[in-house]
Design a protein around this ligand. Structure first.
Ligand code: PLP
Ligand code: COI
Length: 338
């Protein structure tokens, strides 16, 4: 295993040994292979660079107690990448090629998967780029599919400690835009709102629905959920402009099947936060972070500043237990890499 301070990793790029590259040309993907070089040489007129014809994914590899390594639901990331590709007129990466590439990259970099119990994971970043010469606004004729990885710690901060968020005045997505696709352009636009939120002491910003600005959509890099005071239901926004989080669909399943909760995929109005006893944000990088409070129009609505609510904690323990192989996960959720 590499000599890193595994218990104190942040979420930064650390160069690992191998990455995967496949090339799409003349209507077909190449088989692809592992390479050591972490630099790309691209045509200066690549549409990925000018017109953001690119999309990406994020998933993690987890070291289990028996030293084996798990990938969590990689087929779901493959399917979402296909949807992102379709939205931007890029050729879909076949699910098999995607899972093969991620598996190969993790296998070739096992020394970068931190020890069980350290909190470190190996973050796997697949991406598709439109490359080759293209000046007019039209799709690229050639594409690259890349997968690299980096060992990471927590995205927001350590443990299941609550974090505070502030509602942004900016929109992350348009009602019929690209919000549901994991495309770089959405993230470029979120840099300024995130910077403003952090300057005011918040972990990130909450985006409201772009059509009415009355309902919570999601956070810069995570989906949102809350627990209804009245019914105890797990409530999570349903909207065509949020990124369909794989962590969230997993929590929907676990809330229903393991915690026996009612699940509502519907509206969470920003003016009705008092109707919820707990809230959290969820994503691959974020895992589950309890929402301590949400600032909106100058008022901080506080859920809990000290610790996660009981349901949020239970969901965290169940999800993370499955990812690290301590709890049995539903059929098909875990792909063993080694
Ligand atoms: N929403 C946004 C905008 C994200 O970037 C992410 C991260 O991928 C998520 C939600 C969570 O999605 P997932 O659980 O699939 O990682
Ligand atoms: C992820 O959770 O994979 C993300 O996309 C977060 C990323 C923006 C750092």
């Amino acid at each position: 295993m590499s000599n890193l301070d595994w218990n104190n990793l942040g979420f930064e790029y650390i160069k690992t040994d191998f990455r995967f590259v496949a090339h799409y040309k003349d209507g077909a993907w190449s088989a692809g292979s592992l390479v050591e070089d972490n630099q790309l040489s691209l045509h200066e007129a690549s549409p990925a660079l000018h017109y953001a014809q690119q999309c990406f994914e994020g998933l993690k590899a987890y070291r289990c107690q028996d030293n084996s390594i798990n990938l969590f639901r990689p087929e779901e990331n493959a399917k979402r990448l296909q949807q992102s590709c379709q939205r931007l007129l890029m050729p879909s990466v076949p699910v098999d090629l995607f899972v093969h590439a991620c598996t190969q990259v993790v296998k070739a970099n096992t020394k970068w998967v931190g020890p069980y119990g350290s909190g470190a994971t190996l973050y796997v970043r697949p991406l598709v780029l439109g490359v080759g010469a293209g000046l007019g606004l039209r799709p690229a004729s050639e594409f690259l599919f890349l997968v690299f990885c980096a060992p990471v710690g927590p995205y927001f901060h350590g443990g299941v400690r609550p974090a505070n968020f502030i509602v942004s005045e900016f929109d992350r997505a348009a009602p019929n835009g690209t919000g549901a696709a994991k495309v770089g352009g959405n993230y470029a636009g979120s840099l300024l709102p995130a910077k403003l939120a952090k300057e005011q002491g918040f972990s990130d910003c909450v985006y409201l629905d772009p059509a009415t600005h009355t309902k919570i959509e999601e956070v810069g890099a995570a989906n949102f959920f809350a627990i209804s005071k009245k019914s105890g239901a797990f409530v999570t926004p349903s909207s065509p402009s949020i990124l369909p989080s794989i962590t969230r669909i997993s929590l929907v399943h676990l809330a229903k099947e393991k915690l026996g909760l009612e699940v509502v995929e519907g509206d969470i109005f920003i003016n009705s936060l008092h109707e919820y006893s707990e809230a959290g944000v969820c994503g691959t990088a974020a895992v589950i972070v309890p929402v301590g409070g949400i600032s909106y129009q100058g008022n901080l609505h506080v859920f809990s500043q000290e610790k996660a609510g009981p349901i949020t904690q239970k969901l965290y323990d169940t999800l993370v237990g499955m990812q690290f192989g301590d709890l049995e996960a539903p059929q098909g959720w875990i792909t063993k890499v080694s």
